[in-house]
Design a protein around this ligand. Structure first.
Ligand SMILES: [Fe+2]
Length: 329
């Protein structure tokens, strides 16, 4: 007999409907199949229940007083914290326009009233399977982020580097008017770009700039190792070029692929600029921190010499300038 304590918890379903009879019926049906059911009679009560209970699936009535099901669904799908929770919209109408509104609001499925139990169970089963899958992917991603922070923690001098990078890279992506997916990739790339250093021994990692040629060869493997670790995850598709190519140089003298100018993926060029800036601005065992002005001069000069993308360097410093003005204003 299977050990019950090893079973996963029952999937949690939130039923949102302003009609108590409907709630009672749906709750009974779902409870009879072993689901853990909670209920809410308004959109606001639903929001509170979602924050508290993190449901795996939401059954949502379209017509409710105050905020409608469409509005609530739209809010949930806009919020990164809740957008992966599947939403089934329950509508009393079979009108095509209502479905289109539901699709626009981001609903994952529809059910018409009156609810047929077998149809309800089938929809719930398939969406919960999908949710289980995205949960697994999310936890793999979380593990990678934890590993990346572990790499950073091995070198006390780089503390906070990933977080700052993430923040700056995202700001610069927005400043350059990149699309939201690219901005997200930059934020993730800020944390994950050096994940491959996980396989670099401590004595090389902490040595700074005075590496022997052999040690250099090992160090130079970190972008490819990082890329290989993250490759199986489709969600990180746009982050892979950042990880692989964040040490390329505009003139082709970088690694691992020796790409030059616009061959270097744009997101890698963006992350690289903020990476260099942060590295120059912070103290390392082998060098003191530089001032902002000194860093700017150095980076502009290095860009002129062919290391970095001149245009992105210029955009980055104009962004920082703007931030400074806004902070003073
Ligand atoms: Fe790196």
């Amino acid at each position: 007999m299977a050990d019950l304590s090893l079973r996963r918890r029952a999937p949690r379903i939130l039923v949102v409907d302003d009609n108590p009879d409907n709630i009672l019926l749906t709750r009974e049906l779902l409870s009879s199949r072993g689901y853990d059911v909670t209920t809410a009679t308004s959109a606001d009560a639903a929001q509170a229940a979602i924050r508290k209970q993190h449901p795996d699936l939401i059954l949502l009535d379209v017509i409710m007083p105050e905020k409608t099901g469409y509005e609530l669904c739209h809010e949930l799908k806009e919020d990164p914290q809740t957008r992966l929770i599947p939403v089934v919209m329950i509508t009393g109408l079979t009108d095509r326009e209502d479905r289109i509104r539901g699709i626009d609001a981001g609903a994952d499925e529809f059910l018409n009233k009156p609810i047929f139990p077998e149809e309800l169970f089938a929809r719930v089963r398939s969406l919960l399977k999908l949710k289980e899958f995205t949960d697994e992917l999310e936890s793999v991603e979380a593990v990678l982020f934890t590993l990346a922070r572990g790499v950073e923690a091995r070198d006390p001098y780089t503390e906070g580097h990933c977080e700052r990078l993430s923040h700056y890279a995202q700001d610069l992506g927005r400043y350059l008017h990149l699309d939201e997916d690219s901005v997200t990739a930059l934020r993730r790339g800020g944390v994950l770009h050096d994940l491959g250093k996980i396989s670099i021994p401590d004595h090389i990692l902490k040595k700074g700039n005075h590496l022997t040629p052999d040690e250099w060869e090992i160090m130079k493997q970190h972008p490819v190792i990082g890329e290989n670790i993250c490759k199986p995850l489709k969600a990180l598709r746009l982050v892979l070029p950042i990880i692989r190519n964040h040490h390329e140089h505009w003139d082709g003298s970088g690694y691992p692929d020796g790409l030059r100018s616009h061959e270097i993926p744009l997101l890698a060029r963006v992350l690289q600029i903020v990476d260099v800036y942060d590295a120059l601005r912070t103290t390392r065992p082998y060098k003191p921190a530089r001032t902002h002005e000194d860093t700017e001069n150095t980076m502009r000069e290095e860009a002129a010499r062919g290391l970095w993308d001149k245009e992105i360097v210029a955009e980055f410093f104009s962004m920082l300038e703007k931030h400074k003005e806004q902070a003073v204003a």
